[in-house]
Write a protein that binds this ligand. Structure first.
Ligand code: ATP
Length: 264
């Protein structure tokens, strides 16, 4: 970890759902402007942890954003600080893309005030950045799966949060849009000190973009650190029951190739 201030600090967070422990005593942290990827098999607790950090689930333990305990923030303040995109967001079908993305500005509007030029400009900029400029007046129901996913992301970016929480943000995107969206988020964290936390199933992609990985298994932290420390052949075999080869790219980041015959 760098000596930069912490953008997100999670200490001893635990979540029970229907009295079942789902996230157990998880601690992790990422610097301001850093990118942390939560990885782990299906059911490991990644989405649950992300929702707890977003303030959407009751939890034990402490979550701090830029040093402030989230539990002490008013809802509006929290909405200004945290942008969250769910794995399968429910989008109002009859709303246009532009109207929906403008909702991202709600936490910034004055009491009873409508959106101003700065808000409209933020929406225009975000739509263009996400390749949705031509879709501004389209209804959300008329978008493809990938376009919908980009609209949900656009709303969170138009919000201009300090912490961006993205649950599988590229699951519906083609390769070009995946790269484009992740590069855009990467650029925002570098230029605007945005702190980013994503869940990502693709371990090679996670290792390319994140500077810190947290491997969750059965609700606990199995390991955490730089990508090359966490993504190892042994860890993947143990936690995912998958047979892979792990090589290293020229930047020293792990590249994971699945090998057929894992069950043999
Ligand atoms: N209301 C609930 N009551 C009990 N268990 C639940 C409830 N909701 C979710 N779970 C369980 O919690 C576990 C963690 O779910 P979560 O969605 O956080 O996993 P995940 O790591 O994001 O998985 P995936 O990779 O499949 O998206 C799962 O086993 C899920 O079945």
């Amino acid at each position: 970890m760098t000596d930069r201030a912490l953008g997100l600090e999670v200490s001893g967070v635990a979540v029970d759902l229907d009295r079942t422990p789902i996230v157990r005593d998880v601690s992790c942290a990422v610097a301001q402007g850093g990118w942390l990827a939560l990885i782990g098999p299906n059911g490991a607790g990644k989405s649950t942890l992300l929702r707890a950090v977003a303030g959407l689930l009751p939890h034990r333990g402490d979550v701090r954003i830029d040093g402030s305990p989230v539990g002490h923030l008013r809802a509006r303040e929290r909405a200004r600080l945290i942008g969250y995109v769910a794995q399968n967001p429910l989008l109002p079908p009859d709303m246009t893309v532009q109207e929906y993305v403008l909702l991202g500005r709600t936490p910034h509007l004055g009491y009873l005030a409508g959106p101003g030029e700065r808000d409209r400009e933020a929406v225009r900029r975000t739509l263009t950045a996400l390749d949705l400029g031509d879709y501004a007046d389209r209804r959300l129901a008329q978008l493809s799966g990938g376009e919908r996913q980009r609209a949900a992301l656009a709303r969170a970016l138009a919000q201009e949060p300090r912490l961006l929480l993205l649950d599988e943000p590229t699951s519906a995107l083609d390769l070009g849009h995946q790269q484009h969206v992740l590069d855009l988020v990467d650029d925002l964290r570098r230029t605007q000190d945005l702190t980013v936390v994503t869940t990502l199933h693709d371990l090679t992609t996670a290792a390319q973009y994140a500077d810190r990985l947290v491997l969750l298994h059965q609700g606990r932290v199995e390991s955490a650190g730089a990508p090359a420390e966490v993504v190892t052949q042994d860890a993947i075999a143990r936690v995912y029951a998958a047979r892979v080869s792990v090589t290293t790219d020229p930047d020293g980041r792990p590249v994971v190739t699945p090998l057929r015959g894992a069950r043999n």
